[in-house]
Ligand binder design. Structure first.
Ligand code: HEM
Length: 360
């Protein structure tokens, strides 16, 4: 920044680079008050996206370490907490846009051409950073392909592509998290130690037995009541039990990462698991806030332009509603479906390992 910055001798305007920032809202093109508001709302979102990328990169880097020092976890939780608050703020910011009337929007919409939030490369960056897989996107779309086409236009576009390719080449936050979770001590057994596989398999089998028993009891209780016949209810519970088996033993082998998640969620009260479960809660909260943000975008769009086709060429509201079904941290959501009530959990082994002494 300017010379005035030496030794903290800034003016407010210099420190924030306000003259440069305040020249970017379209007044040179003579935009209407409605359009200037439209631009400012977009720009503030993009500024927050920039911060979101910064925060989430920190979290990814913390979790991607081969050994994550325990005192790094509170820092990761703080970065996630800030990101969640940013999404909550952005979800509320749509109400400012909703002051734009359908006619007010149509008055300048043609001028946008094919420009659309669809081309927000910062949005794509944080999605990739978090780990939204292409096969989980609508039509299996590869978001980088849009930027590969644009990259030919200018050096700036080429730099955007390079940035996206770089983040895509690194392990995502979701992958790093699952690798970290796979090292969770389960029933006091450490990953990689002798006998660990047996200890984890026994834990999983005991849990699955409880799960099946609870399902059978519930299905018997339901027979004669509710929306389905007793056969249908029994089938549904059997299918849900099979779902639990498939989740914990994809391809027939126990997934240690999912077993670790199940263990953390099941024994949340253990002192040693305080930070792991706090971290997982922070990620679930973040994803929930993102889903709500996507949902409220769709409601705002429906109100302002109904079901028109988007300037980016998608089906518009239907497309946006479908994106609110995306889940990046699928295992964190799925594990909730297969938990059992506290009294039915497998008995905890090696309680002292988790910070419980025989006295308490
Ligand atoms: C009048 C206001 C707005 C309307 C009518 C609108 C409409 C749309 C539509 C229809 C799409 C789907 C893609 C397409 O076909 O164009 C879209 C995508 C998107 N919009 Fe908006 N939008 C508005 C404001 C905003 C604002 C203020 C932001 C903030 C940056 C934003 C960010 C995005 C993003 C990131 C996407 C891509 C979503 C995805 O692919 O997952 N939009 N928008």
């Amino acid at each position: 920044m300017g010379d005035s910055g030496s030794e903290g001798n800034w003016t407010y305007g210099d420190y924030l680079q306000l003259p440069a920032l305040l020249e970017l809202q379209g007044e040179n093109r003579g935009v209407s008050p409605d359009e200037m508001h439209f631009i400012i709302v977009h720009q503030t979102f993009e500024l927050w996206f920039k911060q979101v990328i910064r925060e989430l990169t920190e979290v990814r880097d913390i979790l991607a370490q081969d050994h994550v020092p325990e005192d790094d976890i509170p820092r990761a939780v703080d970065h996630l907490g800030r990101t969640t608050e940013i999404f909550r703020l952005m979800a509320n910011q749509w109400t400012v846009l909703e002051t734009l009337t359908p006619q007010g929007f149509l008055a300048f919409r043609d001028g946008l051409g094919t420009a659309s939030g669809f081309e927000s490369y910062q949005m794509r960056e944080f999605e990739i950073l978090l780990g939204l897989a292409n096969e989980d996107r609508l039509y299996g779309m590869d978001p980088i392909s849009t930027f590969r086409k644009l990259a030919k236009n200018s050096e700036r576009d080429a730099a955007i592509l390079a940035r996206l390719e770089d983040v895509a080449s690194k392990p995502s936050l979701s992958e790093s998290l699952m690798r970290w979770v796979s090292r969770t001590p389960i029933m006091g057994s450490l990953a990689g130690n002798d006998g660990d596989e047996d200890a984890v398999a026994e834990y999983i089998e005991t849990h699955l037995n409880s799960h099946e028993k609870i399902g059978k009891q519930a299905s018997e209780r339901m027979s004669g009541y509710g929306a389905s016949s007793s056969e249908e209810a029994a089938e549904r519970f059997a299918a849900s039990h099979q779902g639990a088996i498939d989740f914990l033993k994809p391809d027939g082998n126990v997934s240690r990462a999912r077993a670790g998640l199940l263990f953390i969620e099941s024994y949340r009260e253990l002192p040693l698991l305080t930070w792991p479960r706090t971290l997982i809660d922070a990620i679930v909260e973040l994803e929930e806030s993102m889903v709500k943000w996507r949902h409220s975008h769709a409601r705002m769009v429906e109100r302002i332009m109904g079901r028109r086709i988007g300037t980016g060429g998608t089906s518009g509201v239907d497309y946006l509603d479908a994106t609110s079904q995306y889940r990046i941290f699928k295992d964190l959501w799925a594990v909730r479906t297969i938990l059992v009530k506290p009294d039915f959990r497998p008995e905890l082994k090696n309680a002292e390992f988790y910070g419980y002494s025989s006295e308490n």
